[in-house]
Design a protein around this ligand. Structure first.
Ligand SMILES: [Zn+2]
Length: 311
């Protein structure tokens, strides 16, 4: 069955790039609604808010290197949606309206854990509609000069990620996870964005990352982790890349039954992969998840206790 949140959930924080205060509110939504964002700071017709609604869909994504940015047909945008999308995917939330009073989702601690905690504390409601999944039928791959990503058939959802950074504090990291039974919440949810000190300095000089801190990002310089308290997991960076991938893949409009393999990939490459997938006849099908299939999706078997395990 599809799920929505049991009640309204509020998150107050700051935008990563603007540094400006932002409030985000999750509101329960009916079967078939999907995940839709709404910019409450932009004036709209009270009887028809379509002009300020942005569907959380792969074809609404605008290319951006730093985050996942979506835009509707009226040009209304919202950025940095990937961590709340990962939390929704990881908790199995199919339907929700997300109101944001600014151009960015609040960054909070740079991970998905505060979102997961808020969602699981409020609880989920099972709805009268079957869960849909996007089944991968044929392997689809995209490749750029520096990165690769592919989706392969699998009867569960798996993520396989490889990163290789020159900075010794990150270096080479590999991880593979089957995403069912709370794996996202236990293994990935509290892993933060990471960046180089030099990149932070550059962004700051250009008026970006003004809401970034040494707490809400893992900041590295050479072989040193500058963030106080160090890493939450020895391989926190690759885990965060997997978190981002789960969030970006949820823009398919349904959980994916398939294996995602990312090599140094990121938001833009994952979106290019979804675009190629949907443009490839015979590579995918939406299926109604029976009980066995549903038990293999990321939201299956999640509990709030899983979050404590991740800490
Ligand atoms: Zn991220």
């Amino acid at each position: 069955m599809q799920s929505t949140v049991a009640k309204q959930i509020r998150f107050d924080g700051a935008g990563l790039h603007s540094g400006a205060p932002v409030r985000m509110v999750l509101t329960p939504a009916p079967v078939g609604h999907g995940i839709v964002f709404l910019r409450s700071d932009i004036e709209a017709d009270a009887a028809d808010t379509r002009s300020v609604r942005i569907p959380a869909r792969w074809d609404a994504v605008v290319p951006s290197q730093l985050c996942t940015l979506i835009r509707n047909e009226d040009g209304v945008e919202l950025s940095t949606i990937e961590h709340i999308m990962a939390a929704l995917a990881g908790c199995g939330v199919a339907n929700v309206l997300i109101t944001v009073d600014g151009p960015e989702v609040p960054i909070l601690d740079g991970s998905a854990a505060p979102f997961v905690d808020g969602i699981l504390a409020a609880g989920l409601v099972r709805q009268e509609g079957p869960t849909r999944a996007l089944k991968i039928l044929k392997t689809v791959e995209v490749e750029t000069e520096t990165a690769k990503a592919r989706l392969e058939p699998s009867d569960t959802m798996e993520i396989d990620f490889h990163i290789d950074f020159a900075d010794p504090a990150i270096g080479v990291q590999d991880k593979h996870l089957v995403m069912a039974n709370g794996a996202f919440v236990r293994e990935l949810s509290n892993c933060r964005t990471f960046c180089r000190k030099a990149d932070v300095d550059y962004m700051r000089e250009h008026g970006l990352a003004l809401g970034g801190t040494f707490e809400n990002a893992v900041v590295v310089e050479g072989d040193a982790v500058l963030s106080p308290g160090g890493l939450r997991h020895s391989d926190e960076p690759v885990r965060h890349k997997m978190l981002d991938a789960l969030g970006d893949l949820y823009l398919a409009g349904a959980p994916i039954l398939g294996r995602y393999v990312g090599e140094k990939s990121g938001h833009a490459v994952t979106n290019a992969l979804l675009r190629k997938l949907f443009a490839t006849p015979g590579a995918w099908a939406y299926v109604t998840a029976d009980a066995k299939t549903a038990s293999r999706l990321p939201g299956a078997g999640v509990s709030r206790a899983d979050l404590a395990v991740c800490a």
